[in-house]
Design a protein around this ligand. Structure first.
Ligand code: NAP
Length: 493
């Protein structure tokens, strides 16, 4: 194994194995052209490690390995597969502090956010360790009585798993756990900005007893050709992608050539609605979670706030007070509540969206200016009010600590604005009238609704979006079925 972890990381990550090579057929090795990729701390720009840079031959080798292991893994008893996942759950908990620090270093998020992510990520191993032995088929009789209908589920087969940088542990385990529980072998391609956590999770799975080839990991600066090689290999049967809608669309086109099964978790533009009858303090608390988890860099991040006129000023006052108190700094400092954004491009994009809103007449009641000096990709917590409907910030994913607030009078007006987006991942709604909340939730076109809650993610719940936010669901039993094909056998006795 080539270990190119920066010296300064060794003592702090003591006890956590962080490989920096490709995992192919159970062996850690460099890429075939010998290239390496620097992984940087977004708070300082310092190089943390350099990982192997795979090319198309390595992608093909990973599919070979997964295909070779497929039949054996599919035939492995569900209990044996489940026990591997449960051991991985225990190991993640044992190394949770080191994993949290690693996430914080490569992604920039605060340690409390990183610790929550590790706990959430580990839960997918536990949930699917439990769920993998409970899958049931059906036996029925055809309506005319002529035959029996036997319905079972089979593993879909070799699966390509592609993950983003914003939740480097959880987005990986949310795919690996159901794939392995279902009996599929897989190739994971983590984001280039944050590959170390995924590599560390793969090493933990090996420690838990992962057989060679069942999970392979490929890091690359050439995702287009390497992923295309994997998706066009006739042995590949599934694409499970989490990332932007733009790349998702592109991959769906490639996947169409072989009619791959596709699970797509794409971008969001979550509305956060506060009705006049809401508990405003609770709404502010929920808004802070929905907006500020990961510094706003979550697909579920509240992107647009719609507040009914009667509570608009008190909600804004509460939100500004809480946002102003957030401590911004390097994620790995214990006192930090909001870390840097992932890279300079992200800061530029957030700044551009804020400038556009201000130019169109919005007012910044907090923040609104990027820091002029100093290293690191920081953007201050920002609250904008009087944001006009045409402002880009209401239509594009912000992915930063910026809260644009829009005042509304009538429910119908609010519903029109809420649904005026190509996205449909999650929406948040605050009201003290449960019946009204449920009625309005049904009128919102999104896969998930947080009703008086600023957090919806749960391994036991079906996570996913409508419209251009994606296809399929992750988590829950639905997430397991994503990695299975339904087989129906007609018979009679
Ligand atoms: P991204 O740019 O779409 O990248 C996601 C993954 O796709 C990365 O591993 C990336 O590799 C890879 N990729 C990029 N170009 C590719 C290509 N041509 N072919 C194959 N793979 C390619 O997204 P991101 O910036 O990492 O993540 C942020 C986005 O993810 C946001 O839109 C967010 O809403 C979404 N997201 C959605 C969910 C959800 O559950 N719905 C959860 C988290 C994030 P490289 O890193 O090498 O570019």
């Amino acid at each position: 194994m080539t270990t190119t972890l920066h010296e300064s990381l060794r003592p702090v990550l003591d006890g956590l194995d962080v490989p920096t090579d490709l995992l192919v057929a159970g062996t850690w090795r460099g890429g075939s052209d010998g290239g390496r990729i620097d992984v940087r701390d977004p708070a300082s720009g310092a190089v943390l490690a350099s990982v192997a840079d795979a090319d198309v031959d390595d992608g093909a080798a990973a599919v070979d390995a997964a295909a070779t292991a497929a039949a054996g893994w599919a035939a492995t008893a569900p209990r044996a597969r489940a026990e591997l996942l449960l051991r991985a759950f225990t190991l993640m908990h044992e190394r949770s502090e080191e994993l949290a620090l690693l996430i914080s270093l490569e992604n920039g998020k605060s340690l409390p956010d990183a610790r929550s992510e590790v706990a959430y990520a580990a839960e997918f191993f536990r949930w699917y360790g439990e769920e993998g032995v409970r899958l049931r088929g059906q036996v029925g009789r055809s309506p005319n009585g002529a035959n029996r209908l036997v319905v079972t589920h089979q593993p879909v087969g070799v699966s390509v798993l592609i993950t983003p940088w914003n939740f480097p542990a959880a987005m990986a385990t949310r795919k690996i756990a159901p794939a392995l529980a279902a009996g599929c072998t897989a190739i994971l391609k983590p984001a280039t900005e944050t590959p170390l956590t995924a590599l560390a999770v793969a090493a933990l799975l090996q420690e838990a007893g992962l057989p060679p080839g069942v999970l392979n990991v490929v890091t690359t600066t050439k995702p287009g050709p390497v992923v295309e090689t994997m998706l066009t290999d006739p042995r590949t049967r599934m694409l499970s992608f989490t990332g932007s809608t733009e790349i998702g669309r592109r991959l769906l086109r490639t996947a169409a050539d072989q009619v791959l099964k596709c699970g797509m978790e794409l971008g969001g533009n979550a509305p956060f609605v506060v009705l006049a009858d809401a508990d405003v303090d609770a709404a502010v608390e929920g808004a802070m979670v929905a907006k500020m988890r990961n510094g706003g860099q979550a697909c579920t991040a509240a992107n647009r706030f719609f507040v009914q006129a009667a509570v608009h000023d008190s909600f804004v006052e509460g939100l500004v007070a809480q946002m102003a108190a957030v401590r911004v700094g390097p994620g790995s400092d214990e006192s930090t509540q909001c870390g840097p954004l992932i890279n300079e491009d992200a800061v530029r994009k957030v700044d551009e969206l804020v400038r556009d809103a201000l130019d169109r007449g919005a007012r910044a009641v907090l923040g609104g200016e990027r820091p002029r000096e100093g290293a690191g990709c920081f953007y201050p917590p920002t609250v904008l009010v009087d944001v006009p409907p045409e402002a880009r910030v209401l239509h594009e994913e912000i992915f930063g600590p910026v809260a644009p607030v829009v005042r509304f009078e009538r429910e119908e007006e609010m519903l029109t604005m809420v649904n005026d987006t190509e996205y449909g991942l999650v929406s948040y709604l605050y009201t003290s009238d449960l019946g009204r909340g449920l009625r309005l939730a049904e009128g919102i076109d999104s896969g998930m609704v947080g009703l008086n809650r600023g957090l919806v993610s749960d391994p036991a719940a079906p996570f996913g979006g409508t419209k251009q936010s994606g296809l399929g669901r992750e988590g829950s039993t639905e997430g397991l079925l994503e990695f299975m094909e339904t087989q129906y056998i007609a018979t009679s006795w």
